[in-house]
Design a protein around this ligand. Sequence first.
Ligand SMILES: Nc1ncnc2c1ncn2[C@@H]1O[C@H](COP(=O)(O)OP(=O)(O)OP(=O)(O)O)[C@@H](O)[C@H]1O
Length: 711
Amino acid sequence: MREETACGLIILLLDAGLCLWLWVSLMLLECPSCGGLGGVWAFGACKWIILSFFASMLTNKKPTAVLRRFVVLLCLFSPVFESGRILMAPPSAPYIVPSSDLGMLLLGPVASLLVCVIWEKGLCGDGKTGKEKVDTRQLLMRVLKYFRADTLYLIAAFSSLILGVYCDTYIPLYQGKVIDMLKGPVLLSSFGYTIGQLTLFSLGSALFSGLRGGMFKISLARLNKRLQHLLFHTLLQQDVHFFDENNPGRLSSRLYSDVDRMGRTVALNANAMVRSTVKTVLMLNVLVQLSWELTVLTCIEMPLLAMMQKKYITLSKELKEQIQECQAQNQDLAVQTFSKIQTVRSFKAEKDELRRYNGAVEQMSAVKYRSRVYSSAFTLIRRLVSLGIKVLMLVQARSLISSGHLSIGGFVSFLLYQKPMSYNLKEIMYSYGETVSTVGVIAKVFSYLDRTPKWKKAGDLAPENLEGRVVFQNVSFTYPSASQEKPALKSVSLELKPGKMTALVGPSGSGKTSCVNLLKRLYEPEEGEILLDGKPLHHYDHKYLHKKVTSVAQNPVLFSGSLKYNIEYGLEDCSLERVKEAAKKANADKFISDLGDEYDTDIGECGGRLAGGERQAIAIIRALVRDPQVIILDEATSKLDVEVQHTVLQEVLSCGRTVLVVAHQLKTVEKADHIIYMEKGEVVEEGTHEELMAKRGRYHRLKEELFSQDQ
Ligand SMILES: Nc1ncnc2c1ncn2[C@@H]1O[C@H](COP(=O)(O)OP(=O)(O)OP(=O)(O)O)[C@@H](O)[C@H]1O
């Protein structure tokens, strides 16, 4: 990179030397015409041969593409500029080659260098490989594809945009004309005609600008709706491991702010870029006609701003990412604290939580402060550059007006164009930078949209009669987030028989919940298989399986809403009669009828308005209403009265159901037909309570510890 820069500088010096040599020679020979336009092109060609030769020598005959482009630019700038001047000049004006003007001769190298720096550094993004550039383009194109459904809105938006820009462009020109007509003898009719044209363009500008904004906003809102729906749907399909790894705060931030930013960036920045580019081209045309000298000065501002903008964008991109990260973290902290407010309060941890939140907020404000400092510094430098250019323009304009090359009205028109022109250029740069800085966000959203769940796809098996026999065959499993050396289950084989209650017991961390998680298909076993009536679990239809195999946890998860909503959660066409019947079986109909609105009673956030036992009862009704064949009870009746516990166990065991209990209480275990004792992810002993006690093995030795609470 350094070698390339050094070669570029040597080439630039050589070019300046050649230009100076030409200028001195022309002065000495007193030959101002330099052979006309042909001479300029011939000098350009000679320069290309000489500079290419030196570039080749300096780089051991391997000049880089950047260097070659730079040489071509240096040699082409002057001939192309002079040809343009001839095309733009009125036919009667004599052609004066700028050979005697040292400033014009040096303009070529300076402009080429600026263009090269902007192109190579500013617009292509330094340090990026070709693949990354292509990826950015592909990502942006993919976002555009999602707009396909809004083609009509976009056609209307872009048509209004072009018409609005067209009207906008001609307003200052007519304002200048009106100013020129204010003095001297002008017919009232032609003055009125010009005023009429100005009014027409102003009305058109207002109408089409309004339409453009409205159409873009409508299509953006539609895109957001579609993308949020799609992303939410994709996230819902993901395996549980995905949610173990990505916390809810971050996911909801992706779903709302990132999707919005993604659509906004592409829709609004595309709008801004197209609008500004069209405006710039139209305005440049008018500006060159008014005065090419002032136009060149206006255009010098662009590369300077582009370079500063590039630097600012790189800095602000990093800060924006940091702010986003902090926002997600703060959101997460607040949600966690509010949702666990009872625990926070009972441990008197309000101060700790406040300290944690304050720390996070302070971290975010520090990043925001830096961002504001950068923004202010950038604005200050940008304004200083603009001011300098303006002073130069005033000096040049004075000499043009005094030499009669520009009218005062023309200069006023020029000034009226100049501000929006710089604004347009800034907007192009800003929109480009904004789009590039959002690429990270777009890539993340797409990575979620493209993520295929790692679990096996569910089959379509849904037999009418299910016996409910469950067999674990040499099942081994390690949680994806845990290390491979710490498997949760090691070659576990067990059988759950229909009409029987099997109890899983063992010390904490022995793998009981892991067995349940696999049976509920929340995770997939790494080795071995789980069979339901002889068929692997994943062969069953997803909905069917979760209807036939249900579980009730010790602390069931309930949602805000009515009691009925929680009971029939996930079921279609569940009648109130069915709900009432299930409630009767769970011996819970009495407490429900005591509630004010019975099944329509609002149970509060996460069922917070119910007692622990009542929440368990609701979860049992929710399981029974599905008429399952396999029921998993994870100490699900521990908070119920003894009498109710008995009724519930009787009920779940009726109809030949298979019952698996994760037991921590001796009284539950004693009721089980079969006990499986686990330790460190392995089945160690199994049999009835009496058999295991008689064996005097691990179960017998650890019984006191296992069931100490209820003895
Ligand atoms: N989501 C998880 N990610 C990583 N490891 C886990 C996860 N859940 C459990 N484990 C680990 O798997 C092992 C078995 O845990 P499991 O929850 O199955 O035990 P358990 O017998 O149900 O314990 P307890 O009776 O305390 O609920 C433990 O070592 C535990 O640390």
